[in-house]
Write a protein that binds this ligand. Sequence first.
Ligand SMILES: [Zn+2]
Length: 243
Amino acid sequence: MLTSIMYHHINSDKYSNNEDVFEKHLQYISSNFNSTFPTTTLPEKAICLVFDDGYYDFYKYVFPLLKKYGVKALLAVVPKYILDDTDKEDHVRLNVKHDDLFNSYQNATFCTYKELEEMQNSGFVQIVSHSYSHVNLLDANVNVTEELKKSKEVLQKKLNINIDSFVYPFGKYNQAVLDETMKHYRYSFRIGNGINWDFSGVNHVIYRINGDNLVDAKSIFSFSNMTKFRLKTWIKRIVGNRK
Ligand SMILES: [Zn+2]
């Protein structure tokens, strides 16, 4: 069985976790699960943590904790907004409201390539694609192939790694988008609060539990929650992914 969790920020105004709560949560995960990157050989009690968007607070707060507790995580990034390097100070990079982060990207509100490379090289973080410009792939005027291909190409070239996983922006996709995604990526992630058997997901899409706004270290994993998440993917497996 594979549990995957989606997160965004630490210590921010929206879609965020308090740093202390998140640290206890990570400690709980390190004692009760085996964190893994996408793979065909799943460990027992497998968990795959995925942080969306690649905000600078990931480098600042999450990366040190991953190293401290020996936990792995994916970081889904958006190349259009990534700078090579920066000399901006933390207060400039961090004190930006969630809704202004994309517009303020010149202030290095996202992790830079230099930081991404350091994290990738640590072995605790795997960089994956979250599209080229963070658009809804279901919007009529969006070039889906371009969003899928360009993000992969740029990241592979900049970081000199293989990019095999894709996280749908806003969790949005349909069968045509999924078919196109599968031409370029081996794994794709949505939202949806479900549990997967393994990285083949449900009809090729991996469900993630929402891990933002945690109230404590472990209630997200309560028996009733896990039963609900399992039931969700059992049903989706039968009726298909459409909402
Ligand atoms: Zn996103």
